[in-house]
Design a binder for this molecule. Structure first.
Ligand code: KG4
Ligand code: ZN
Length: 341
């Protein structure tokens, strides 16, 4: 267990790895500001368009910086370190936040910290506690990643498993598109699923008994497409869409929960953590908590506003690293494929 000494360093973090522009200011463990601008423009394309995303980051980031400084009452000269997400993500998006944080660090004469987006998600469940990172088995489920990680402490990670094809959030987004729902698909599917019958369609639970901790979601998406084709006349009716959403969500949740809890039990963990955009999903949170409790495991999740992309989680990860005495060179480049370990 790693105990972080509490002092009151002020961290300013910028997150621009995909289509959310975010700026946060953290003093000690007090979040003074956390501004996020989501880009609705991508809905029309059913996915993120990199050039549109980076142009929007350029537009929003300076405005959010001003807002965060104003709300926190912090002047730039009082910031102890500047951080930005340096990967993984879209290169043209990452560059905007990283360049801005580096410029600020150089201008104010403070250290710069390059933060891994996945580490931001991974540590976010501890954000509202007392900054004490306990060993755990962590499931990160987002639009770009599905990772099962053994966490022994800050920076001490071992990958247990990952998706071999689509990420869980990507499956939600693709299935939503198939069903004519908006982007991002996760919240839309969750809403429809609440009114649907999850037992109507028996969608595949891929790799449930594969004997490892990997996941696969592309077959599930294809199964939804084929099953949909069987209902030409019913297509678009609320009942069919709701039942498809509920059955799809049930299949995803079952695989995520069973494999995570199996990894935790087999690894002797006492704590499971859940993070990333898909962890906003109430059905997933509830099932993981209930099945976990039955297995004698505690579950820690971040509040929903810290599950989808935000800069507070980047500031938090940066703060832990900063207090442990580490920082990055301003020459450090962004890396779209940056690995967690
Ligand atoms: O962590 P995040 O904001 O961005 C990435 O790092 O990818 O995750 C976004 C993903 C999207 O695929 C979105 O559909 C999914 O999280 N998501 C959800 C829910 N809210 C967001 N998936 C299922 N249920 C939700 N309520
Ligand atoms: Zn993310």
């Amino acid at each position: 267990m790693i105990t972080v000494v509490k002092s009151e360093p002020v961290l300013l973090a910028i997150e621009t790895s995909c289509d959310e522009t975010a700026v946060a200011i953290l003093r000690g463990n007090e979040l003074l500001a956390s501004e996020v601008a989501s880009q609705a423009e991508h809905e029309a394309y059913g996915g993120v368009v990199p050039e549109v995303a980076s142009r929007n980051h350029l537009l929003h980031a300076p405005r959010l910086l001003e807002l965060a400084l104003q709300k926190s009452g912090i002047a730039l000269k009082h910031v102890d370190a500047f951080a930005a997400t340096s990967g993984p993500g879209l290169a043209s998006s990452l560059m905007i936040g990283a360049s801005m944080a580096k410029g600020l660090a150089l201008g104010v004469g403070r250290p710069y910290l390059a933060i891994n987006h996945l580490e931001g998600h991974l540590l976010s469940p501890f954000f509202e506690g007392d900054f004490l990172i306990e060993p755990n088995v962590s499931l990160i489920v987002s639009g770009g990643h599905t990772l099962l990680v053994e966490v022994r402490g800050v920076s001490d990670y071992r990958i247990l498993g990952r998706t071999v094809d689509d990420a869980a959030g990507e499956a939600f987004d693709k299935v939503a598109k198939l069903l004519g729902l908006g982007y991002p698909g996760g919240p839309e599917i969750e809403k429809r699923a609440a009114a649907g019958n999850g037992a109507r369609f028996d969608f595949p639970r891929s790799m449930l008994d594969s004997g490892d901790y990997n996941f696969s979601f592309s077959g599930l998406k294809t199964a939804v497409r084929y099953r949909l084709a069987d209902f030409q006349k019913e297509q678009g009716t609320p009942e069919l869409v709701n039942d498809m959403c509920a059955s799809f969500q049930r299949a995803v949740v079952e695989v995520l929960v069973k494999k995570t809890l199996r990894a935790a039990k087999e690894g002797g963990a006492k704590l499971v953590t859940l993070s990333g955009g898909v962890s906003c999903n109430e059905a997933l949170r509830k099932e993981m908590a209930e099945r976990g409790r039955e297995a004698g495991l505690r579950l820690l999740t971040a509040p929903p506003r810290l599950c989808t992309d935000n800069a507070a989680m980047i500031a938090f990860a940066a703060s832990l690293r900063f207090q442990a005495g580490s920082h990055s060179e301003v020459t450090e480049e962004i890396d779209p494929n940056l690995a967690l370990v």
